[in-house]
Design a protein around this ligand. Structure first.
Ligand code: AMP
Length: 200
């Protein structure tokens, strides 16, 4: 039974840290659109140059571009046992595209983990990193972009019954424990059909 997860949260909420841990524990790949896009920028391709202008300003790149990246990535064999999406989806159209993709594959999302954190904790954490787009003014703008364009996904996934709230302001180990509490029953539920008595 595959474990298909989305990590949702503002920049600096600890998605990357938790995604890495989940990969260790459940042996499923973490797919971070930010990393994939930065690799394109670093490669200096014409596409990378176009992307750089969005990333440097803390703006979202066009939906179609990231949707195509994810569609391609989810077709790779290592996602068979599951995946953790980190930084995707970030808009309602991206979430709709993901739902359509997963519905074609007959593997709906198991859960969307929303790492809830206050703005000051986010800015403090981003201030400790050294990415170009973590500069104070851009980091601040990225939080606004999250609130405007990505926060509507909280309601979207709540309506789908997929949303799980996690207190992301806690230390990383406590966040990890809270995530495990959410996932354990999901993994258990995945095993349930094997033991469920069948009608004869
Ligand atoms: P992240 O590493 O997730 O903070 O992403 C860094 C930057 O990559 C963002 O500020 C956006 O410019 C871009 N990006 C990453 N994921 C997405 C996405 N799903 N949709 C649009 N832009 C994205």
């Amino acid at each position: 039974m595959a474990l298909d997860l989305v990590l949702l949260g503002p920049p600096g909420s600890g998605k990357g840290t938790q995604a890495a841990r989940l990969t260790e524990t459940y042996r499923i790949p973490a797919i971070a659109t930010g990393d994939i896009l930065r690799a394109q920028v670093d490669a200096g391709t014409p596409l990378g140059q176009r992307l750089r202008s969005y990333l440097d300003r803390g703006e979202l790149v066009p939906d179609q571009l990231v949707v195509d990246i994810i569609r391609h990535r989810l077709s790779e064999a290592d996602t068979e046992a599951g995946f953790i999406l980190d930084g995707f989806p970030r808009t309602v159209p991206q979430a709709q595209a993901l739902d359509a993709m997963l519905s074609d594959l007959q593997r709906p999302l198991d859960a969307v983990l929303y790492l809830q954190t206050d703005r000051q904790s986010l800015l403090d954490r981003l201030g400790q990193r050294h990415r170009q787009d973590d500069r104070a003014d851009i980091a601040d703008h990225r939080i606004d972009v999250f609130l405007e364009q990505t926060a509507p996904l909280i309601g979207y996934y709540r309506d789908e019954g997929k949303l799980r709230l996690i207190d992301g302001a806690q230390p990383p180990d406590a966040v990890a424990a809270a995530i495990d509490d959410v996932i354990r029953p999901l993994v258990g539920a995945g095993e349930a059909p094997k033991t469920r008595p069948t009608a004869s």
